[in-house]
Design a protein around this ligand. Structure first.
Ligand code: SF4
Ligand code: SF4
Length: 430
């Protein structure tokens, strides 16, 4: 059995896992907010059902661990249920705890990737470059059946779902960047914008420099979300400690990241340190988390500095990343920025806050369910004739790009950073 947290930070304060699960009154008020329940009509794939499964597990009354694992692994961890729940039951954390309690050993591949991220981020970057070269040459596509046969279907699906294979990562592209002595902010480079979408990282740095003043890199390792959700908590803690130490050494500036999933995770670091012996780290994690901001929050706060209607003429809409809108409550801010720059061409689509089915590895392991949610999302974008769909998480960028390629090639997806940076550059005639 994998290590579990055992205690969670809930809206009512710190609670044991059992007490957190017991906060669910089984009212069912959240059911219609849950994409997997709406798609399947299956109670075990609802927030209430999943809470009940973990409760039975803790009471040692679970009679079908296989069905329980299926119910828990089909959760998108989107958090829409908690947003809808009057008691704010932390279903995502409960589900992740349930998975840890049911899971045996962590998969060797996840273990290996997490270990490399902790001990040798440079090696990780080199391995990715090799992977991207294989992709560019078409060899990775040929290798997919072998990956599937070797039990590595997740890697095959990842390769299939992503089209971008940038050889030069964000560190390569910005190595000449000078860090000012008194930066206006510290940039936290999440793995998505760093390795897969460096164009997003470049745009974020450029937009934030313009809106807030010149910033500097935090020089961070991975936030630890992969280890937290799919690997070992000990690795997630190691990475969290490294990030906290980097931030403490850097000063006291705001820390800004441009993948909402990673930023949401950075904001919950204190929950990793609830054991009595971790009290000192908990205090340090609390100070760290208070400094963290999502880039899309900042664009809203700086909307008055953005040019008006410079992107008018291209129908533009916004898709909320689940990890921005649910745990972080970010809804109005990115829209303020998008509406300012898009002017009359901004239109709101139905179900903008519904999960697109990306959700980290969800799209690679639950392909049919993920595709159902994706089709719904693409249909809503098509209904408003969107040409540009803005968002803020790496997972959404991958999933929506795939959806538009497959079902609605008239639209493309951009990170809000790219849109804001493009708008700022237009005013400078760049
Ligand atoms: S999670 Fe909240 S809304 Fe859903 S059944 Fe439980 S108490 Fe009701
Ligand atoms: S996190 Fe999302 S998918 Fe999981 S139970 Fe809640 S609403 Fe449903």
């Amino acid at each position: 059995m994998a290590e579990s947290l055992g205690r969670l930070i809930t809206d009512l304060g710190e609670r044991t896992l059992y007490d957190a699960v017991s906060q669910c009154s089984r009212c069912g008020y959240c059911e219609q907010a849950c994409p997997t329940y709406v798609a399947t009509g299956d109670e075990s794939k609802s927030p209430r059902g999943r809470n009940q499964i973990v409760r039975l597990m803790l009471e040692k009354k679970l009679d079908d661990p296989k069905a329980a694992m299926e119910a828990l692994t089909t959760c998108l961890t989107c958090g829409a249920c908690t947003t809808a729940c009057y008691a704010k039951v932390p279903v995502v954390d409960i589900v992740l705890e349930g998975r840890r309690l049911l899971r045996g050993e962590t998969h060797w591949l996840v273990k290996a990737v997490c270990r490399i991220m902790v001990t040798s981020p440079r090696l990780f970057a080199v391995l990715l470059k090799i992977g991207f070269l294989l992709k560019k040459s078409g060899l990775s596509a040929l290798g997919r059946p072998f990956l599937r046969a070797a039990g590595l279907s997740v890697l095959a699906s990842m390769d299939e779902h992503t089209t971008e294979s940038p050889f030069w990562n964000l560190d390569d592209l910005t190595h000449k960047r000078e860090n000012p002595e008194s930066p206006a902010y510290r940039y936290f480079a999440p793995c998505g914008p760093r390795y897969l979408f460096p164009r997003v990282g470049v745009a974020t740095l450029s937009a934030l420099d313009e809106l807030k003043g010149k910033g500097a890199y935090l020089d961070n390792p991975c936030c630890g979300l992969l280890a937290h959700n799919y690997g070992d908590l000990s690795v997630a803690r190691e990475l969290a400690k490294k990030n906290i130490e980097h931030a403490e050494k850097s000063g006291t500036e705001q820390i800004v990241g441009d993948c909402s999933s990673c930023v949401a995770h950075l904001k919950t670091y204190p929950q990793l340190f609830l054991k009595p012996e971790d009290q000192e780290w908990r205090t340090r994690a609390e100070s760290f988390s208070k400094r963290v901001k999502d880039a899309v929050e900042l664009y809203g706060e700086c909307a008055d500095k953005l040019p008006s209607a410079v992107a008018e003429g291209v129908e533009t809409t916004y898709h909320d990343s689940c990890r921005a809108i649910n745990p972080q409550g970010i809804k109005a801010q990115p829209r303020l920025a998008a509406k300012k720059a898009a002017g009359a061409s901004y239109c709101e689509m139905a179900g903008a806050d519904a999960c697109c089915g990306g959700a980290g590895a969800f799209a690679f392991v639950n392909e049919d369910l993920s595709d159902d949610l994706l089709k719904k999302k693409v249909g809503n974008a098509a209904a408003v004739q969107a040409e540009v769909v803005l968002t803020s998480s790496t997972s959404c960028l991958i999933q929506l790009a795939r959806g538009f390629r497959k079902y609605y090639p008239d639209a493309k997806v951009l990170h809000l950073s790219e849109f804001v940076d493009g708008a700022l550059k237009k005013t400078h005639g760049a």
